[in-house]
Design a binder for this molecule. Structure first.
Ligand code: ATP
Ligand code: MG
Length: 332
């Protein structure tokens, strides 16, 4: 039997960005033949920071579905499912919460980050890692392709699976995180990570013109006041993006731009124009595929609906086993 992948995304926007791609989507596409893959649209997780913006959920869910299909995830191989359509997961999350020390949740780096961003200090926000552990453990996934920001959450899911198995008997495989080629893609502002909700993203749906505008306004080496000043390539998001998105036909140019940048013989504008070209080359086939699926919204809807039904069968099986192991099967 194939091993399983579970991973997912919050419908906090109607599109993915470049960070989502290199952090997680790329690995999902790569592994979809090798693993039985479940991809979860995490609308319940979106509530932790976006509980007052539920009117856009529907559009965002549709947008993310188009995003999956446009990057080359194959609906014949992948099960796409919606978190709010899998109530068994929230029940399993409750059981896991009873094994979760409060201090472990309080130490989660993502929690601190979300609070620092000004999100409300709700119980739901604290519960995030527990629900995410249930998302992973319910379909009994072995591998979780995520960006670095989610690594601690997958490790928490591991710990809780080990604890559960030790206490009640082997129910869950112990999941492993798989971090993307670029663990954390910086935002166009150079600050922190590119995020759907942080206004510093280049989206896979951005038009050529929008990509150009965002790239030309990108943060680079702040000490570089003219093209003749030697610049920093390390930690410069323009070069991080070039490394992440250039294909083999661009390689020699990337190397030469890096050298000239370090020597102070090329301007930021020229390098940025090259990045626009690189990004548009990468995005063009994604745009094309998206257009095709946009013409058939019923098909896209059906893929999510049937996927959720399929995932629910698995969720019910796991819930039954969990309750049996915990001796919560009094009426059986
Ligand atoms: P939000 O800002 O609303 O939390 P997000 O951009 O962080 O949105 P998520 O839906 O939370 O997106 O995460 C989806 C996946 O993309 C996760 O696996 C996450 O680790 C990964 N990811 C998100 N941003 C980045 C990034 N900048 N670099 C690498 N991976 C990322
Ligand atoms: Mg996030």
């Amino acid at each position: 039997m194939k091993k399983r992948i579970l991973t997912g995304d919050r419908p906090t926007s109607d599109s993915f960005h470049l960070g989502n791609y290199v952090g997680s989507l790329q690995n999902r596409v790569k592994l979809q033949d090798e693993y039985e893959t479940f991809i979860l649209i995490a609308d319940l997780h979106a509530l932790t920071t976006h509980f007052d913006r539920t009117d856009v959920l529907k559009e965002n869910i549709k947008g993310l579905m188009l995003g999956y299909l446009s990057v080359g995830l194959d609906p014949d191989k992948v099960t796409f499912c919606l978190q709010s359509g899998l109530p068994e997961t929230t029940e399993i999350a409750y059981y896991l919460s009873t094994l979760t020390p409060r201090a472990v949740i309080q130490r989660q780096p993502a929690l601190k980050e979300k609070l620092d961003q000004g999100n409300q200090d709700t119980v739901g926000l604290y519960y995030y890692p527990v629900l995410m552990a249930a998302d992973i453990l319910t379909p009994r996934a072995h591998l979780v392709p995520v960006g670095k920001d989610q690594k601690a959450h997958v490790e928490f899911a591991r710990d809780i699976a080990i604890k559960f198995n030790n206490l009640y008997g082997e129910v869950f495989p112990i999941p492993e995180p798989l971090i993307g080629e670029v663990p954390t893609l910086p935002g166009t502002d150079g600050a922190g990570k590119m995020g759907k909700s942080t206004g510093n993203a280049i989206y896979l749906t951005d038009s050529k013109e929008v990509v150009e505008k965002k790239v030309m306004g990108m943060y680079t080496d702040p000490n570089r006041t003219s093209p003749t000043v030697p610049g920093n390539v390390e930690g410069n998001p323009v070069f991080t993006y070039l490394d992440a998105f250039s294909d083999s036909s661009h390689q020699s140019q990337v190397t030469s731009y890096k050298e000239r940048y370090k020597e102070g013989t090329v301007g930021d504008v020229e390098v940025k124009k090259f990045l626009v070209e690189v990004l548009n080359t990468f995005l063009e086939p994604i745009r094309e595929r998206r257009k095709k699926y946009e013409e058939d919204p019923e098909l896209v809807e059906k893929i999510l609906k049937e996927g959720t039904q399929k995932a629910r069968i698995e969720a019910k099986k796991t819930l039954t086993e969990v309750k049996k192991a915990m001796k919560l099967n009094y009426f059986d």
